[in-house]
Ligand binder design. Structure first.
Ligand SMILES: [Zn+2]
Length: 73
C-alpha cells in the first residue's frame, strides 16, 4: 500500500508540473499573440499594451494619439 501511495504522489507531482508548464506556455503565447490594433506591434515589442473590449493599443500609439488630439485644439 505504501508503494502505491508514493506512486500516486509522484503522479500528482508530475501532473502539477504539467499543469503549471501548460499554464505558463499559454500565458506566454497569449502575450505574444496580443497585437496593437493600431500599429500591429506585438505586446513583446512595446512597453505597455492597453486592452479594450475587443481592441488593443500600445503605449506608443497612446502617445501618438495624444499628440494628434493636442494638435487639433
Ligand atoms: Zn501601437
Amino acid at each position: 500500500m505504501q508503494h502505491i501511495g508514493s506512486y500516486s504522489d509522484m503522479m500528482k507531482d508530475e501532473l502539477r508540473l504539467k499543469i503549471l508548464r501548460t499554464l505558463g506556455q499559454d500565458k506566454e503565447s497569449r502575450k505574444r499573440k496580443l497585437k496593437c490594433s493600431f500599429c500591429g506591434k506585438s505586446a513583446t515589442e512595446v512597453q505597455h499594451m492597453l486592452s479594450g473590449p475587443s481592441v488593443y493599443i500600445c503605449n506608443e500609439c497612446v502617445t501618438k494619439c495624444n499628440q494628434i488630439l493636442d494638435d487639433q485644439h
